[in-house]
Design a binder for this molecule. Structure first.
Ligand code: SF4
Length: 488
C-alpha cells in the first residue's frame, strides 16, 4: 500500500507551494471578507491557517502583494529552467541582490521555501524532513534548510544549478546541509566564509572572499556583471532602505501601529526580491498602510498590552497562530533577529562601490552579524539591548530552536545581561521554528500567555526607568549602542 509520505514525495515542496502560488497570482489585489472566506474554505486546514493570516483585514493588501511577489519569485525560477538561466540556491544569510544583478541567474532561498512548506502545504513539509532523516542526516541539522533541501534530495523537486553556502563561520548546521546537498546532487557549491574577526583585517578578508565568490559566479554563469545591472539593483536597494527606516521609526510609537506580520513581510522581501523594483513597491505599500492605520486610529482598536522583541527567529509553523494571535491579544511583535538587516545607502558611482556596498550588507546580515562575530554573546547582546531600547520593548522572547546549539549555548548569558542592562525579562521557548510536531503552537501560545501574566509586571515602572536613561533616535542603528551609559 502506498502511504501518505510516498504519495507526497511524488511531488517536491517547491512544486506544491508553486501550485498554490499559481492560484494566488490570479486573485485580485484586494478581496472582500466573503471572498476570503470562500477561498480559505477550499483549502486544507494547514494551508488555510497561513492564508487566513495573510488575508486578514489588518494586513490584507500587503499580504496579497507579498504572496504575489513570492509567486513571481518562484515563477522566475521555473522559467529560468526552461530558458537556460541558472537557478542558484542561497541560504537566508546571503544577499539575493547579487544574483538579481545577473541577467543569466535567479536566486532561490532554501529557508524561505522551507518556511512556505511549513505553512503552505498540507502536512507542513514534515515528509521532506523525514526523507532527509532517512538518508542518515542527523536531526541536529537545521530544519530551516533541511526541509527544502530534503525535498531536493528526494529527486522529486526542482534541482538548483549551484548552491551558495554563506554560513561558514556563522552556523555549522546550515553550512553542512548545503555542502551535503551540493555533494549529493553533484552540483557546484560556492562558499563565502566570514572570518571570526571583526577588526579591519577580518573585514578586508571578508571583502576578498566576497569578490572571489562574485568572480566564481561570473565564470559559472558566463556573464560579467555590468555596471548598469548593478546600478539598477543598488538604486532599488537605496529606495527600499529609506522606507525600511520609515517603517522602523513608526515601530517606535506606543502603541505600535505596525501590524505584527509586517515584521515577517519585511525580511521575507529582503530574502527574496531585495534589489528589485518589487521590493520598493512592497515597502511603499507597507508604509502607506501603516500611515493610513495611524490616520484612522485603526491600530488602537485592540489596546497594546505588551511590546515583545524576539531575540532570534520567530515560529513559521502557524502564522495565524503566532502573528495574528499575538496581535489579537495586544502583544506587539516588534522585531525578530531577521529584521535586523539595517540596510545602508550604497554608492552607485562605480561597479566597485556597488559591490563593496552589497558586500558590507552581506557581512552585517542577521545571523552572520551575531553568530559569526568575534564574540557571539557580545554581538547578540549589543544588538538586542540597542533594539529593545529603540523600540521600547517590555520583554524579549527566545525561540529556542533545537538545531541551534550555538544560540542555546549563550542565551542564558544574553538574557541575564539583557535584564541587567535594559531591565527586560526573556522568555525561553522550546520548539522548532519549522517543525510543528516538536511543540504545537497551542503550547507556544500558552507559554507566552503565562509569561505575560506572571512575569511582565510593573511595565510602566520599567519604562519610566529606561526613558530616564535617554532615548536614541538614530536613523541608521549601528553597533555603537552606548551600552556603556546604561552600565553606569
Ligand atoms: S536557526 Fe540556528 S541552526 Fe538554523 S541556520 Fe540559523 S543559526 Fe543555524
Amino acid at each position: 500500500m502506498v502511504n501518505l509520505a510516498q504519495r507526497t514525495l511524488n511531488r517536491g515542496l517547491f512544486e506544491r507551494v508553486f501550485s498554490l502560488m499559481e492560484l494566488v497570482e490570479r486573485i485580485p489585489d484586494d478581496l472582500s471578507d466573503e471572498e476570503v472566506e470562500g477561498i480559505t474554505a477550499l483549502l486544507p486546514t494547514d494551508v488555510a491557517q497561513t492564508v487566513t493570516a495573510f488575508l486578514e483585514p489588518r494586513v490584507r493588501r500587503a499580504g496579497i502583494f507579498f504572496l504575489k511577489m513570492i509567486a513571481r519569485w518562484m515563477r522566475e525560477a521555473v522559467e529560468a529552467k526552461s530558458s537556460g538561466k541558472k537557478v542558484i540556491f542561497v541560504p537566508f544569510n546571503f544577499v539575493p541582490e547579487l544574483i538579481h544583478a545577473f541577467k543569466s541567474a535567479v536566486p532561490l532561498t532554501s529557508e524561505v521555501l522551507s518556511s512556505l512548506g511549513a505553512a503552505a502545504v498540507k502536512g507542513k513539509g514534515h515528509v521532506y524532513w523525514d526523507f532527509a532523516m532517512g538518508l542518515g542526516i542527523p536531526d541536529h541539522l537545521c530544519s530551516s534548510s533541511t526541509i527544502e533541501l530534503g525535498s531536493m534530495l528526494s529527486g522529486t523537486d526542482m534541482t538548483a544549478d549551484a548552491i551558495i553556502s554563506s554560513a561558514a563561520g556563522a552556523c555549522d548546521a546550515n553550512a553542512k546541509i548545503h555542502e551535503f546537498a551540493a555533494n549529493y546532487l553533484g552540483i557546484p557549491q560556492f562558499v563565502l566564509e566570514k572570518p571570526v574577526d571583526d577588526t579591519s583585517k577580518g573585514i578586508e578578508q571578508y571583502e576578498k572572499n566576497f569578490l572571489r565568490l562574485t568572480e566564481s559566479l561570473e565564470r559559472f554563469t558566463g556573464e560579467a556583471l555590468s555596471e548598469e545591472g548593478l546600478q539598477e539593483v543598488a538604486s532599488n536597494i537605496n529606495r527600499a532602505s529609506e522606507i525600511y527606516y520609515e517603517i522602523w521609526e513608526m515601530k517606535k510609537l506606543v502603541p505600535c501601529p505596525v501590524p505584527n506580520l509586517f515584521s515577517f513581510f519585511m525580511y521575507g522581501c529582503r530574502f527574496t526580491m531585495w534589489g528589485r523594483k518589487e521590493s520598493v513597491d512592497f515597502f511603499e505599500l507597507m508604509a502607506k498602510e501603516v500611515k493610513e492605520g495611524i490616520a484612522k486610529g485603526k491600530f488602537k482598536q485592540i489596546p497594546e498590552k505588551v511590546r515583545c522583541g524576539w531575540l532570534y527567529t520567530g515560529y513559521y509553523i502557524d502564522y495565524a497562530g503566532l502573528f495574528s494571535w499575538m496581535q489579537d491579544k495586544g502583544y506587539s511583535y516588534l522585531w525578530d533577529i531577521l529584521d535586523l538587516f539595517f540596510p545602508e545607502p550604497i554608492s552607485i558611482e562605480s561597479r566597485e562601490s556597488i559591490l563593496s556596498g552589497i558586500c558590507e550588507s552581506s557581512r552585517r546580515f542577521p545571523m552572520t552579524r551575531q553568530m559569526g562575530a568575534e564574540s557571539m554573546s557580545a554581538a547578540w547582546l549589543e544588538d538586542a539591548a540597542h533594539i529593545a531600547r529603540e523600540l521600547s520593548a517590555d520583554c524579549a522572547i527566545f525561540c529556542g530552536h533545537h538545531a541551534c546549539k550555538q544560540t542555546w549555548s549563550v542565551i542564558s548569558m544574553v538574557s541575564r545581561e539583557l535584564q541587567r542592562i535594559s531591565g527586560i525579562p526573556t522568555l525561553n521557548l522550546q520548539g522548532d521554528a519549522w517543525l510543528s510536531r516538536v511543540t504545537p503552537i497551542s503550547v507556544i501560545q500558552s507559554e507566552i500567555d503565562s509569561f505575560v501574566r506572571n512575569v511582565i509586571r510593573n511595565k510602566g515602572e520599567r519604562r519610566k526607568i529606561r526613558r530616564r536613561k535617554g532615548w536614541r533616535t538614530t536613523q541608521y542603528p549601528t553597533l555603537a549602542t552606548g551600552l556603556e551609559d546604561e552600565r553606569e
